[in-house]
Design a protein around this ligand. Structure first.
Ligand code: ADE
Length: 253
């Protein structure tokens, strides 16, 4: 996958993408990530990329010309490479990012991520250039750079071959649309806090059942909204309904 990031602050990306799974994926050639400085596509003498709001108001807006020019330069370079890239603007006005969107974007060959800054971007960028707008949460960042890093991290780890043999997507929280169960490592006893005995039992069927139950319980307690869309068996739904009446009713003890 090729990911192009358009930003006024390319140096912000030095470091965060040079570690762990994203670094390994780029070293293995699974992901190619390139930053482009929007300022390099401004043509005036002072390389101006932002301007005041038409109609008045506080703050500055990114001008459309350098952004269009940058995207067109990337598209020009890559035209012969098959399907066109998805062009995504990072903005608090976009659809809310989640694991399903990460999975959807991980299937693309190429992405262009545009990081707004200041008050955002000229509306013509939204209307005539981008295919998608994504927000990473209902709060305002000074720019889209950290949001772009979040997307890159969440997407790249889903690419085939990006994870090491010890890591697995299957067990991740939210891969199944639910929160993951509690996990423990050695020692089995730490400051007299014991690992649940079922995990030491060696009984894999029982362990799988316990984990599934903890997954449901945790999601029910912390993110009941996720349960509405999750794929659950009839027995699991009934058990969850019973929990409100009898919280001590545990599937496996
Ligand atoms: N730019 C500023 N705030 C943002 C947010 N919450 N998500 C994505 N891009 C942003």
């Amino acid at each position: 996958m090729r990911i192009h990031i358009l930003t006024l602050f390319p140096d912000m990306f030095i470091g965060p993408l040079d570690h762990s799974i994203v670094q390994r994926a780029t070293q293995r050639g699974i992901a190619h990530i390139e930053t482009h400085n929007i300022r390099d596509y401004a043509t005036d003498k002072h390389r101006i990329t932002d301007d005041y709001l038409h109609g008045g108001g506080s703050g500055m807006l990114l001008k459309p010309e350098p952004i269009f020019r940058a995207v067109e330069a990337i598209l020009g370079q890559e035209r012969e490479d098959g399907a066109p890239p998805s062009i995504i603007l990072l903005t608090p006005q976009g659809r809310l990012f989640n694991q399903r969107i990460a999975e959807e974007l991980a299937k693309k060959n190429r992405l262009i991520l545009i990081c707004g800054h200041y008050k955002g971007v000229d509306e013509r960028v939204r209307e005539h250039l981008v295919d998608d707008e994504i927000s990473i949460g209902d709060y305002v960042l000074s720019g889209g750079e950290l949001a772009a890093m979040v997307l890159v991290e969440a997407i790249v780890r889903l690419l085939p071959g990006a994870l090491g043999s010890q890591d697995s997507l299957v067990d991740d929280s939210l891969t199944s649309g639910l929160l993951g169960p509690p996990q423990y490592t050695r020692p089995a006893s730490f400051r007299e806090w014991e690992v649940p005995s079922v995990l030491l039992s060696g009984n894999h069927a029982l362990i799988a059942r316990w984990r599934r139950q903890q997954t449901l319980l945790r999601t029910h307690q912390r993110r009941p909204d996720l349960l509405e869309k999750a794929l659950l068996t009839e027995e699991e739904r009934r058990w969850l309904q019973g929990l409100d009446r009898q919280p001590e009713n545990i599937l496996v003890s």
